[in-house]
Design a protein around this ligand. Structure first.
Ligand code: ADP
Ligand code: MG
Length: 269
């Protein structure tokens, strides 16, 4: 395991992400659609925040707004004290898309090297860093393979390694494990958790899986649709370090039930 030299998360007064009175609509006139309204949320350094809610409640929209891939209609958003655009220019975050978006003609290693090369890092240095990132996601052996020679889980590992290439403080992930079978998914959950703990990243993670949200998160944001917004925020008061025993703790089951209830309310809105 390679260590990324970073300081541990500290309790600080200034949230890393600050969302206030956020509203977002798509289109105009009769096509106008209110995707998000009245969203207030703060995310602190070292948090692992999951967004969960029914299809169409605006999870992807919210994540894309943070990443400056979507504009906002009202309210304010700051990321690391900057506007989303400035945060994007400063490479404050890495983004993992729902479907792996790897380049088919580049090996796993070359895919992870890409953001480093785009930033002008010398090839030898880019290669060394990319190999470290692949090691962090447990994929050293597959470095030379092409995306089509990798399983779905391995492809998402490469996507995560690529998102971490420039060692960003924030990691945004949009249902990265949605297409995986449950056993692979649990394994990916453990590995992502270990990575988060080890590298002190701050994560915003979209999921449909309640168990996945409880296992990974320090906080869970339950959202509802029509219009999209936050209905409940739960603190996950499990030990910070999670392992195979976590899923059998009584508190784990209680939290799963609490999210379940929150989602029932969300559907009832
Ligand atoms: P989720 O990720 O929670 O399923 P999305 O953020 O993708 O939800 O979508 C929220 C709402 O906004 C949905 O009703 C969706 O149809 C709508 N929407 C998303 N993207 C666009 C777009 N580019 N143009 C118009 N409507 C959109
Ligand atoms: Mg989505």
């Amino acid at each position: 395991m390679s260590a990324v030299p970073e300081s541990p998360p500290s309790a600080d007064a200034h949230p890393l992400v600050d969302i206030s009175g956020l509203g977002k609509h798509y289109g105009s006139g009769t096509e106008r659609h209110l995707a998000l309204t009245g969203v207030d949320l703060t995310i602190h350094r070292g948090d692992f925040v999951s967004l969960i809610g029914p299809s169409g409640c605006g999870k992807t929209t919210l994540l894309r707004i943070l990443a400056d891939l979507e504009s906002i209609t009202e309210g304010s958003v700051s990321v690391g004290g900057l506007s989303p655009r400035e945060a994007r220019m400063a490479r404050l975050y890495g983004y993992v898309f729902q479907a792996p978006t790897l380049l088919d003609w580049r090996s796993a290693l070359a895919n992870v090297m890409l953001p480093l090369q785009v930033m002008g890092r010398p090839k030898a240095e880019a290669r060394k860093t990319a190999l470290e990132r692949l090691e962090q996601v447990g994929l050293t052996e597959a470095a030379r393979r092409y995306p089509w020679q990798l399983s779905g889980g391995q492809q998402q590992r490469v996507s995560i390694a690529r998102a971490l290439a420039l060692d960003p403080e924030l990691l945004f992930m949009d249902e990265p494990f949605g297409a995986l079978d449950e056993i692979t998914r649990e394994r990916m959950n453990q590995d992502l958790h270990d990575l988060w703990l080890r590298t002190h990243k701050t994560a915003v993670f979209v999921t449909h899986s309640i168990a996945e949200a409880v296992f990974l998160s320090t906080r869970i944001v339950v959202m509802s649709a029509n219009p999209g917004g936050i209905t409940r925020v739960l603190d996950v008061d499990l030990p910070r370090e999670r392992n195979f025993e976590t899923r059998s703790l009584p508190r784990f089951f209680e939290l799963v039930n609490e999210v379940h209830e929150g989602l029932r309310d969300a559907y009832a809105v």
